[in-house]
Design a protein around this ligand. Structure first.
Ligand code: ABU
Length: 376
């Protein structure tokens, strides 16, 4: 048998960089290619405090009992049906869909300091950040997500060979020094506190959203100030990173708090964001206040969701007008219409036990457009 042909070497043609397969500057330019996560091999995450600090204590205890087991079929089945429907919808809109490799996340792995089992690769939005033609593997704070980007490596190598820039942020050590001992979630009215120290840079990509030369971030229980500073220095003077203050007591990911939808239009969560405290540079933008999410009655979904109730905001822009939004959240669909968007209803409610909805489940690798400034 002939040995398989080795992959082609990286292109040295300067024009190739112009045609990079990775090119996405904001959340709304016309979407051409997207990575969608997978449910295969999903494993209930560890009860490490950095994981359980974001859920009520009863849910943390429940999670501890099941940690390291595969998610049950009762949860995977409905989520898989919805995910398949979402992929079909994206393809029917002419968008190229790429997928990570299936992995058994139950396998144990180790660093010199600790060992863990994995979690899942349902949410490429967390572990990979696209800024222009660069794709960055993020330094994630959850030990169970340490090697999550390995399931995207075939894609990353393909993008690199075809002209993209590919970076991995410094791999964190995730030793006890990174976590506040005896951390407890602050109550309403108490000063905000976070479980992370500033021992080393950590961040999830989903704590950032992009609007051309301006990015927005929320500091959270997975993103510390040192992580924000690492990205600021890495991107350099061509970009600005603005911090959005969130009133969420268990902050994790900006995309249910503050979502730019189009040039000059941002959707905010009224429970977490005070419009009067937005960065000065946003004064000329329309601030669209998200309606209350429609209540979810399904008990199993409520007790297994890894997310807050505002996943109604976790939408994916197809272009400046068309937006994929959750069919269940009729209040959000109507609000989007009122604001002049064209919502495309889709189902993904049962993805919540795996970490999110449309924005979380995707990584927009290529949008047709150029790097612009949308803020003064
Ligand atoms: N990964 C997005 C989930 C954020 C939230 O729980 O609100």
């Amino acid at each position: 048998m002939r040995p398989p042909r080795p992959p082609s070497p990286p292109s040295t043609d300067p024009a190739a960089a112009q045609r990079s397969p990775v090119s996405s500057h904001n959340e709304w330019d016309p979407l051409e290619e997207v990575v969608v996560g997978r449910l295969d091999g999903a494993t209930i995450p560890t009860d490490h405090p950095v994981v359980t600090c974001n859920v009520p204590s009863w849910a943390g205890r429940l999670q501890g009992l099941a940690a390291g087991l595969h998610y049950p079929r009762r949860l995977i089945g409905p989520a898989q049906d919805e995910l398949d429907g979402f992929v079909e919808l994206l393809e029917s809109l002419g968008i190229t869909v790429r997928r990570p490799e299936p992995v058994d996340h139950k396998r144990r792995f180790a660093t010199p300091d600790w060992s863990a089992r994995g979690f899942c690769n349902t949410c490429p939005r967390d572990s990979l950040l696209v800024v222009g033609d660069e794709i960055i593997e993020t330094p994630m704070a959850w030990p169970c997500r340490y090697f999550e980007t390995h399931s995207y490596r075939a894609l990353l190598k393909d993008y690199f060979r075809r002209g993209a820039r590919w970076t991995s942020a410094p791999k964190p050590q995730l030793t006890d020094d990174l976590f506040e001992p005896d951390f407890s979630t602050p109550g309403e009215g108490e000063p905000m506190r976070y479980i992370l120290t500033e021992f080393e840079p950590v961040f999830d990509a989903a704590d950032f959203v992009r609007a051309g030369r301006d990015l927005f971030v929320t500091r959270s229980n997975v993103t510390n100030r040192t992580g924000i500073e690492w990205l600021r220095r890495h991107l350099g003077p061509g970009y600005r990173i603005h911090e959005i203050e969130s009133g969420c007591r268990t902050p994790m990911h900006i995309d249910t708090t503050f979502m730019p939808l189009a040039p000059g239009k941002v959707l905010i969560n009224p429970a977490y964001v005070d419009p009067d405290r937005l960065p000065e540079a946003l004064r000329s933008w329309d601030v669209l206040v998200a309606p209350e999410p429609d209540p979810i009655d399904e008990r199993l979904l409520k007790i297994t969701s890894m997310c807050g109730q505002w996943l109604s905001m976790n939408v994916l822009m197809v272009d400046e007008k068309r937006v994929i939004a959750e069919r269940h959240h009729t209040g959000m669909l109507r609000a989007l219409e009122r604001w002049g968007f064209e919502p495309i209803p889709c189902d993904l409610l049962h993805y919540a036990p795996f970490g999110g909805s449309f924005h979380c489940a995707t990584l927009d690798v290529r949008r047709r457009g150029t790097l612009e400034s949308y803020l003064p």
